[in-house]
Write a protein that binds this ligand. Structure first.
Ligand code: NCD
Length: 318
């Protein structure tokens, strides 16, 4: 049995297979419409979500499976003081696979260590968000045609943004990647991330002004300032509109630069940018469904066409 806690849990070759499967699912949705019949996905979300939870649920429904779960901690027994370990042991009796989001870093990992079914980390605090990263990689691979030889600007809240941390880890395994970290001083990328890049010999630069570097980017990954992880509201208010990508700034970018955003957007991308062909964040959200379909099948060992990454011998195993 295998879980997904970090994007590095899959090798680059396994990711290639996963993305090929996601691509096939996009093209031939009907072929996969019954593959998860009789299987259940539990979505255990202790933190708000729209895209991640609903795209997991849409993915399972597209595969012919069923879904159950909760969408906030207050409506689960966590509000009565139940531990994540106990919750997952019980959910192992009801479902075949679980996607879990939690405000505490490492909580899905604790759950995985006690679980009898595959657990997918759907975001843990400011730490990791591997399925958003799979979505991002599939989007880049599909629309750019490659995951190597790229200059990537990550802009906004690089301190608390878990999607940023996961994406950097994942992209650092590809050749000739250069990162530009665009953030205000207070929201700089954590030093453990830059140390990791230095150790691996990966080129990066930290800049404050988006206008100074937008012209050199192949990809611009915008992020929202993560209000819920701030210790005081004043700091949030001061920093929330530090970056606003508008038409004027975009005029400095290359005609084939892609703009990604994990969403939700607040003010960091002006709505006038949505019509620009370089703005692909809504398509990115669609890729999130295909990649989660491929992930569910892979972790359940239900990939009919390709060599399976794991072989999970189904059944609720409480
Ligand atoms: C992201 C998250 O939850 O970390 N959203 C998502 O899953 N698409 C980004 C965010 O909330 O800013």
């Amino acid at each position: 049995m295998r879980h997904l806690m970090s994007p590095l849990d899959f090798t680059v070759q396994e990711l290639e297979r996963l993305f090929d499967l996601a691509g096939d699912m996009e093209q031939h949705m009907d072929r996969y419409a019954h593959i998860c019949e009789g299987k259940k996905l539990a979505t255990c979300f202790y933190e708000p979500s729209t895209r991640t939870r609903l795209s997991f649920e849409a993915a399972m429904l597209n595969l012919g499976g069923q879904v159950l779960g909760f969408s906030d901690a207050d409506s689960s027994s966590a509000s009565k003081g139940e531990s994540v370990s106990d919750t997952i042991r019980v959910i192992s009796c009801y479902a075949d696979i679980c996607a879990m989001r939690h405000p505490k870093e490492g909580a899905p990992m604790v759950a995985a260590s006690r679980s009898k079914i595959p657990v997918i980390n759907a975001g843990d605090g400011g730490h990791q968000h591997p399925t958003q990263t799979l979505t991002d990689l599939l989007t880049i691979r599909s629309l750019k045609g490659r995951l190597s030889d790229l200059t990537i600007g990550l802009c906004g809240d690089l301190k608390f943004g878990r999607t940023v941390h996961s994406l950097i880890h994942a992209l650092s395994r590809y050749d000739n990647i250069r990162f530009l970290f665009i953030s205000p001083e207070e929201l700089r990328i954590p030093s453990y991330m830059t140390e990791m890049l230095r150790e691996k010999g990966i080129d990066y630069e930290e800049v404050i002004r988006l206008e100074d570097c937008i012209g050199s980017l192949d990809l611009l990954y915008m992020t929202r300032v993560q209000r819920e992880r701030f210790f005081n509201e004043e700091d949030y208010v001061r920093l929330k509109d530090f970056y606003i990508l508008d038409k004027e700034k975009l005029s400095l970018a290359s005609p084939d630069m892609l703009i990604l955003h994990p969403l939700p957007r607040v003010n960091e991308i002006s709505v006038e940018v949505d019509e620009d062909p370089r703005a692909v964040y809504f398509r990115q959200a669609q890729y999130g469904v295909y990649v989660r379909m491929a992930l569910i099948c892979t972790l359940l060992g239900l990939n009919p066409e390709q060599e399976t990454i794991v072989s999970y011998q189904g059944g609720n195993a409480c």
